[in-house]
Design a protein around this ligand. Structure first.
Ligand SMILES: [Zn+2]
Ligand SMILES: [Zn+2]
Length: 336
C-alpha cells in the first residue's frame, strides 16, 4: 500500500473537495468513503487517502472476518469536530454476528512539522490519565482563554431568585476533603456544577432527615460516589471552593424545595464557572477519572522525505450515554 517514495504525491478529487480550510469555514461537512476507495486512493499516491488508510489500518483486525471482496462493507466517514480542524473519522463495519460496529478515531498532529495539509491544526493528544497534572494544566489553559477572550463562556450573573439555594463548600482536609452543605444565598463566589448520570445504583442524596447534619457537621466523605469525589477533586484542584450537585443541594424528599429549585436549574448551570459533565460515567460508582485508551502513533511519510507522526485515538463504539433523561437527573419530576 505504500506509495513509491520517488513519485510525487497527488491529491485525488475527493480529497481536494475536502479542502480543510473550506471545511472549517463551512462548518460541518462530511465525507463518506469505503475502505476499498481509500486503499485505491493511497495506491494511486493520494496523500489524503494515504493518511486515512494508515490511520485505519491499525484497527484492521476488527474486520478481519470480512473477505477481500467485502472491504467495501467497511465505510469511513470523515468530518471535523465542531469548529476545530481536527479530523474525526468514524469507521463502521458489520461484525461477525451481523450487527454494525463502529469506532471513532481522531487524527491529531503532535508537532508543527507533522501537518500534512494546509489548515490541519495542531492538537496535542490529551493526557491518557484525566487525573494527571498535564490534564489539569490543559483545563486551566482552556479556562484562562475562556476568561480572557470568550464573552459567551462567562458565567451568567444570577439574581437572588436564580441562585441555587444551597452549595457544597469544599475544604482540603487532612486526608479527605471536608464537604459541607451551606446556604448559598449569602455567597457570591464562583462554583462548579456537576452534570452526571444518576444511574441505577443509589447515589447519596440530601433528605430532610440529614440536611441539618450536612449543614452543621458536613457530609461523611465515605458516602460520596466516585463521580462525586472526582468532581470535588477537580473543583479543589482548580482552587474553586464551591460545587453544586443536584442530589445533594436539593432536599430530595421535600416537595417544596424541589418546586423552588427545579425551575432554576438552567440558571444554576448557566451561573456555574464550569460545568463538569461526567459523560464517561454511566453509574456514579464509576467516576470519570478513567484512563483513555492508549494512543496509536503512526508514521506518515511523503515523497519529499517529510515524515508525519500523527496520532489516532480509538473510541470503542458510539459514546454510550444513557438515553433516559431521568437517569441523568435532568428531569425534575423524577427527582422525588
Ligand atoms: Zn484521496
Ligand atoms: Zn470559552
Amino acid at each position: 500500500m505504500d506509495s513509491n517514495n520517488d513519485t510525487q504525491e497527488i491529491t485525488c478529487k475527493r480529497c481536494q473537495d475536502l479542502n480543510l480550510k473550506e471545511f472549517n469555514k463551512a462548518g460541518h461537512k462530511s465525507l463518506n468513503v469505503t475502505l476499498g476507495e481509500v486503499r485505491l486512493g493511497a495506491l494511486n499516491r493520494c496523500i489524503g487517502c494515504k493518511l486515512l488508510a494508515n490511520a485505519v489500518a491499525h484497527y484492521s483486525s476488527r474486520w478481519a472476518h470480512l473477505g477481500l471482496g467485502e472491504v467495501n462493507q467497511v465505510t469511513i466517514t470523515l468530518d471535523t469536530l465542531l469548529s476545530s480542524l481536527r479530523f474525526r473519522v468514524s469507521i463502521r463495519w458489520p461484525s461477525e454476528n451481523g450487527e454494525e460496529s463502529q469506532i471513532y478515531l481522531q487524527i491529531l498532529a503532535e508537532n508543527n512539522g507533522d501537518i500534512p495539509f494546509d489548515g490541519f491544526d495542531i492538537a496535542h493528544p490529551p493526557a491518557s490519565s484525566p487525573a494527571s497534572s498535564n490534564c489539569l494544566a490543559c483545563i486551566k489553559d482552556w479556562l484562562d482563554s475562556c476568561d480572557a477572550d470568550h464573552e459567551d463562556c462567562k458565567p451568567d450573573a444570577l439574581s437572588p431568585f436564580q441562585k441555587p439555594r444551597r452549595l457544597l463548600r469544599l475544604e482540603k482536609g487532612e486526608v479527605d476533603p471536608v464537604v459541607t452543605l451551606v446556604d448559598a444565598q449569602g455567597i457570591d463566589s464562583t462554583y462548579t456544577a456537576l452534570s452526571h448520570c444518576w444511574g441505577s445504583t443509589n447515589i447519596p442524596k440530601t433528605t430532610s432527615m440529614c440536611v441539618d447534619q450536612y449543614m452543621l457537621e458536613g457530609l461523611p466523605f465515605s458516602i460520596l460516589t466516585k463521580t462525586f469525589r472526582d468532581a470535588i477533586d477537580v473543583t479543589l484542584r482548580l482552587q474553586i471552593q464551591y460545587i453544586w450537585i443536584d442530589s445533594l443541594c436539593i432536599v430530595q424528599d421535600d416537595r417544596q424545595d424541589w418546586m423552588n429549585e427545579c425551575p432554576k436549574m438552567g440558571n444554576i448551570y448557566g451561573g456555574a464557572y464550569l460545568v463538569i459533565a461526567a459523560t464517561v460515567a454511566e453509574e456514579g460508582a464509576l467516576g470519570f477519572y478513567t484512563d483513555r485508551p492508549p494512543f496509536y502513533r503512526f508514521r506518515f511519510e511523503t515523497s519529499n522525505g517529510f515524515c508525519v507522526r500523527a496520532v489516532s485515538v480509538g473510541y470503542h463504539g458510539p459514546l454510550s450515554f444513557s438515553t433516559s433523561r431521568s437517569q441523568w437527573g435532568l428531569d425534575c419530576s423524577s427527582g422525588i
